[in-house]
Design a protein around this ligand. Sequence first.
Ligand code: ZN
Ligand code: ZN
Length: 348
Amino acid sequence: MIDLVREKLAKTGADALLITQPANVRYLSGFGTPEDGRVFVTEDQALLITDGRYIAQAKEQSSLEQDIVAMGSQWPARVLELAKGKTLAVEADHLTHAQFDLFAKDLKLVPVESFLTEFRLIKQPHEIQLISEAAKLTDEAFSHILNVIKVGMKEVEVALELERFMRTGGADSVAFPITVASGYRSSMPHGTASGKVIEAGDLVTLDFGAKIQGYHSDMTRTLAMGTISEDEEKMYAAVLEAQETALAAIGPEKDGREIDRIARDILGEHDLDQYFSHSLGHGVGMMIHEEPWLRSNMSYILKAGMTATIEPGAYIPGKYGVRIEDLLVITSTTKHVLSSSDKSLIRL
Ligand code: ZN
Ligand code: ZN
């Protein structure tokens, strides 16, 4: 990987590269606390810069040579020292303005954007393995919560139980703040679990995932607490139809925009497209939202090794909403769906 990075670096005209964005630091170094790490690459060096708290951890996790400094105050000075006389490529989409100014006083800088995206976009087998493990744990947590969730519980209690299950099952953490959105709150696409009590007749949207060794999973299911209205039933059926049709259509060489269109058109047939207020899906990897994007306003040709979610939804403000989301990996001939939880309407 570092050799490929060096090849790309040479094309920028720089002869040193500083990686500061945490997911990128972790991707190149394997270091599990990337917020406290930087990666510095030249033709003959590849260093993980971190501090004394992490000597043992960095040694265990990283294949890069380690350079230990006091991260809080000294890392910029160390970079200036290492890069002396060189042209340094920096991540313009992450380095702060103040850091940029500091480096620019003594070094020639080449700002680069999304420098590692082309590598991170195509997942290697070990990455797919970890994302699959995270997706499996997410499915298991969903099965578990079906036995736990009850009318009278607070949304936040459901979220904490999902988290407890996934953490004790081996997750480093949850992939993102868990959505448990019940009743009128199900109309909020990102309704992070609140103190609201789940009531009979509520639709409940659960959107959650696990993070394992830096890799995320992402899945959404919407449940019915007992009997729901006919309109809610119809919305569920329409969102499911949109989800399954888009899922059937996705594969290598397909354009993400076309897949988004397929789902949007089906919701349109049910007069629900005006309530589908976000894009159809996104890639998942070291970040919960990353390329590729499945969006109406962006063409994106899908390739083997890319991940994607398919997550159509419909939300009537202040009333109710439904979203159904699966995570998949594109293969050379088709796709492999990593989420396996039941998508038919579950009434509890
Ligand atoms: Zn999600
Ligand atoms: Zn998602």
